[in-house]
Design a protein. Structure first.
Length: 384
């Protein structure tokens, strides 16, 4: 591909922004040394980015030779993004800056999970979030929506979402008709992986896996610094590996899927089956942290099962690390310990570290990252 002057400038911009994202503030001279660009090219790119308020100068500091040096940093607050994570009974909503730092958030209960009901809930909460943060609509650069299911982010298509009963739904187009900014969509675990690649524990790695355990189980694959979607946008569906032949029915309609035998709903059902009494998620968390033998046994069984199948991911893709998120991270080593133990037991050669990286609002922050990643990769077009 022939690179013209416009493309060359865009590539230089991307290079400078991504070095600042990974390394933090640095002087123009340091940018020149790190990128290999000429001093003139760096001066031009930085000036252009400053004109757009995407970077700014920080207070001058003395360098090792005693001369003042002015660090350049990304102006993360110059643009805003909305992030919406769709759940069966609610939408997790955030307004963030470019680093997906949350400026306003809300959990919005929903009863109408039709496409129209979901898009209406999203649109109606956007001005509320802006008002909460004291920011203007003109500052918003995009919207990210993460959806549980098989998602084609290029076409903006929800291929299927068993959780909502959707099939072949042009979700990005439907939402885009009601808003004034670009829309990006993807699978919720992929969105978590993208956030990790940009600003989380994966920012220093080109190849890693992002495992999420909560209402379901998924494992996003980042290969060469990019999310691997597969040929049909169905990569990373670890939770739908058949783990128990003719086992429990999964939400996808099949029997024996891993998530039907190891995700949080399984844990609660197993408690009721073995104890004879139903329990809430909060009750199960309390039982586990109080060292209930039954809760610990259930977590060990679930973790061991996940670890056994995670070893296959390691054997196939050899990730540098595995970053673990999802609500079940709350169980800590009671769950992560058995996962690690069985993953290492069944791995052929590599034994990557398991790194838990999960905070409040991680799901919708991942959705917001679907939009903010466009700043760091100009070639990534909106969905649809």
């Amino acid at each position: 591909m022939k690179i013209n002057a416009t493309m060359s400038r865009a590539l230089n911009r991307r290079m400078v922004l991504n070095h600042l994202r990974r390394e933090g503030p640095m002087s123009r001279a340091d940018i020149t040394a790190l990128t290999g660009l000429s001093p003139a090219a760096v001066t031009f790119v930085v000036a252009e980015l400053m004109d757009e308020a995407l970077v700014h100068e920080r207070e001058a500091v003395a360098n090792i030779k005693g001369r003042p040096s002015t660090p350049i940093d990304i102006n993360y607050g110059s643009r805003l993004a909305f992030g919406f994570k769709l759940n069966r009974d609610r939408i997790n909503c955030v307004l963030t800056d470019l680093a997906t730092t949350v400026l306003a958030s809300a959990d919005v209960p929903i009863s109408d999970t039709s496409p129209a009901g979901i898009t209406t809930a999203i649109v109606s909460n956007m001005p509320i979030l802006l008002e909460m943060a004291g920011r203007a609509e003109t500052e918003v650069m995009g919207i990210g929506v993460s959806i549980p299911g098989e998602i084609d982010p290029v076409r903006g298509m929800c291929i299927q979402s068993p959780r909502f009963g959707w099939q072949s739904l042009p979700f990005a187009e439907l939402l885009g008709e009601q808003v004034k900014v670009p829309v990006w969509i993807d699978d919720d675990v992929n969105a978590f992986g993208i956030a990790q690649r940009l600003f989380g524990a994966g920012r220093e790695h080109q190849n890693f896996a992002a495992l999420a355990i909560g209402a379901g189980i998924g494992c996003s694959l980042i290969i060469g610094g990019e999310i691997y979607h597969g040929g049909r946008s169905a990569a990373g569906k670890l939770g739908h590996i058949i783990s128990v032949e003719n086992g429990r029915r999964c939400e996808c309609g099949r029997r024996g899927c891993l998530m039907a035998h190891a995700a949080e709903p399984y844990m609660l059902d197993e408690w009721e089956r073995l104890s004879g009494a139903p329990i809430s998620r909060d009750g199960f968390v309390e039982a586990a942290t109080s060292n209930s033998k039954l809760a610990i046994s259930i977590l060990r069984d679930a973790g061991s099962r996940v670890g056994r199948h995670l070893a296959d991911v390691v054997n196939m893709f050899d990730p540098d690390v595995i970053i673990v998120g999802g609500e079940a991270v709350q169980f800590g080593e009671l769950l992560l310990g058995p996962i690690r133990e069985n993953m290492e037991r069944f791995s052929f050669f590599s034994k990557p570290a398991l790194i838990a990286d999960w905070v409040s609002n991680s799901w919708p922050r991942g959705a917001a990252a679907l939009a903010t990643q466009n700043i760091f990769d100009f070639q990534r077009a909106p969905s649809g």
